[in-house]
Design a binder for this molecule. Sequence first.
Ligand code: B1M
Length: 207
Amino acid sequence: EPSLETLHELIIHGQQDQIVNLLEKLLMKAAPLTIINEGIIPPLERIGELFAKGEVFLPQLMLSGDAAKKAFDLLKKHLPRQALEHKGTIVLGTVKGDVHDIGKNIVRALLENYGYRVIDLGKNIPAEEFIAAVKKEGAQILGLSALMTTTMVEMERVIKESRKENLPVKIIVGGAVVTEDYARQIGADGYGKDAVEAVKIVQALLK
Ligand code: B1M
């Protein structure tokens, strides 16, 4: 019987070979976003805890990350898609020093599925690159992702730099360690706890 628990196990053990087969079966009974939220994120949190406790090591963390990516890449093709209606442009990326991008990619997929144009710069992006892209693309929203306590401080730098240039852009932030309080403290215009929240905030800011 295909189940979300099986998907948890495959991601925790970093086993990619059975993922496609399992997802095809799961998609017959659950929505893609449900599988992302309930099938991919919990095992990543679990492996993160095990890693923090020293019970698993970097190679396992990497295998789990790869397995999660593989699952997400398949699921995102099944997300219902709205037409692109020039709803707005968002420049998105993970800040300098940080290579975590699974969450950022989920945020991107949802925004695109809601009809926004997303310029995804990728990961490990310096402030200057974010600012140049906002100018070039005429973006209304800049989205920053950071997963570590050591890199979330970089968000503050990006915000300061863009305010210095008086860019007419709203900045939203998110990622594992980021909190609403921290977002407010560094002068962000919005904070998304998860990808669904990120879409809601973008919708509110662009109203
Ligand atoms: Co790393 N890692 N990792 N890692 N890793 C964490 C983040 C960690 C919490 C694990 C732990 O120790 N418990 C820890 C950080 C500790 C801290 O700072 N407090 C950590 C560490 C230490 C490291 C390394 C330093 C390990 C090492 O090398 N010794 C290293 C860092 C390298 C670097 O960046 N310079 C590292 C490397 C890696 C891998 C490459 C192996 C892999 C990443 C693969 C990849 O992304 N391509 C990895 C993984 C997989 C994790 C965990 C296990 C899972 C991260 C993840 O994808 N979560 C993670 C543990 C954890 O997070 N609990 C951990 C699922 C994802 C959907 O969640 O990204 O939070 P998240 O995104 C969510 C929301 O936060 C939100 O929406 C998403 C969907 O709901 N969101 C936004 C995200 N961005 C948003 C932006 C928005 C709005 C919402 O607006 C713009």
